[in-house]
Design a protein around this ligand. Structure first.
Ligand SMILES: Cc1ncc(COP(=O)(O)O)c(C=O)c1O
Length: 380
């Protein structure tokens, strides 16, 4: 038999059976009452997910589409923005902002670290005209969590600043309630903790951000939030929507809301802690100093190429992600967001132990697994 492949990459992630079933249906037409009904249901469920009365807009695009929409719809050319640039996706905020002619204060941070509060205060002292702070809640490339609550406080102190958060690997992992936190624009994508294939992105915005929509002078066509809002309020989209993904989102949101956000957040916390503690027990060094609950990154042992190690792991049936840019060949990343449970973690840690042993790094087999089990026991 072919080896059974288990997907532990930070997007796409495995799909629950309910989602697979919805995706397997014959397509329906989108200009129909049937589609509108499902679309309106999704809007209501997204409001519950984000604990707000304001429904987000959806685009048929990968997550980057909504990141681009965040930049082009809520700013004016020449606006100054602060970018928290601590990894591949922080770079994407910077590049998008530059592409659309914003003035970027690029706060570059060593990969694996989060921002320093003092430095943030220095920057806003130097540039009090900052019109937006752009950040990843969970920086997937380095598996790092950035505290968005503090940035919301900082933003409020400025004259006219909005907090723009990439929640692509934090929504569905944490309780992310933008109005409680003070987030103005929040984006996510389908192929992460929303447990769908790629192709759908979601953008939420606050009342404060809404005031900027009419004023923005940056060119946009497909990613016009104003055109979408007008249509989506009525259960339609300006262009052909990702019909099947929206129908499947209706199912995955049922799963999320039935579990409840506090329990969902707790499950992710347990899985993340079990993964981190088990890897440390095996003797590996974690990548992040501020680890997120969506995925865990760790360095391969000295002298071992992380990508060679991943190949061995794949032969055993575990597909995990590698490092990007200068971390390529140095680290590996294990996802635990969405359709995962604690037993998946126990299993992947067993795989890591086998693979390490096979590649020539001696581990006490079972040591990491035992640690993961101990962590899980603390919670059940
Ligand atoms: C934090 C974060 N931001 C942005 C993206 C880009 O999303 P997409 O590849 O869907 O455009 C990703 C994808 O991995 C991500 O993890």
């Amino acid at each position: 038999m072919k080896v059974k492949e288990r997907l532990f990459t930070p997007g796409p992630v495995p799909l629950p059976p309910e989602v697979i079933k919805a995706l397997g249906q014959q397509i329906i037409h989108h200009r129909t009452p049937e589609f509108t009904k499902a679309f309106m249901e999704v809007r209501e469920k997204l409001k519950r997910l984000l604990k707000t009365e304001r429904a987000p807009v959806m685009f048929a695009s990968s997550g980057t589409g909504s990141m681009e929409a965040a930049v082009t719809n809520f700013f004016r050319r020449g606006d100054r923005v602060l970018v928290i640039n601590a990894g591949k996706f922080g770079q994407r905020w910077r590049d998008l902002a530059k592409t659309f002619e914003l003035k970027v204060v690029d706060y570059e941070i060593e990969w694996g670290k989060t921002y320093d509060r003092e430095r943030i205060l220095e920057i806003i002292g130097e540039f009090p005209d900052i019109k937006g702070i752009l950040v990843q809640h969970s920086e997937t490339s380095t598996t790092t969590l950035h505290d968005v609550n503090y940035l919301a406080e900082v933003c409020k102190k400025l004259d006219d600043c909005i907090l723009v958060v990439d929640g692509i690997t934090s929504i569905g992992v944490y309780e992310v309630y933008p109005e409680e936190i003070g987030i103005d624009v929040l984006v996510t994508g389908s192929q992460k903790a929303l447990m769908l294939p790629p192709g759908l992105s979601i953008l939420w915005f606050s009342e404060k951000a809404e005031e900027r929509l009419e004023k923005s002078d940056i060119g946009k066509y497909y990613f016009s939030v104003l055109s979408e809002v007008k249509k989506q309020e009525k259960g339609q989209t300006a262009y052909t929507p990702a019909i099947n993904l929206i129908l499947a989102l209706n199912e995955s949101l049922n799963l999320i809301l039935e579990e409840g956000l506090p329990q969902l957040a707790r499950r992710h916390e347990v899985m993340a802690k079990a993964t981190r503690e088990a890897l440390k027990e095996i003797g590996l060094k974690l990548l992040s100093e501020s680890p997120a609950n969506s995925a865990t990154g760790a360095y391969a042992p000295a002298g071992i190429d992380a990508d060679e190690f991943r190949k061995v792991l794949l032969k055993l049936g575990f597909r995990v992600a590698g490092g990007q840019d200068h971390l390529k060949g140095k680290i590996f990343r294990i996802a635990h967001m969405g359709y995962f449970d604690v037993m998946d973690i126990v299993q992947v840690i067993a795989g890591v132990e086998f693979a390490l042993e096979k590649i020539g790094y001696t581990v006490e087999i079972g040591k990491g697994v035992r640690k993961a089990q101990e962590i899980v026991l603390e919670y059940i």
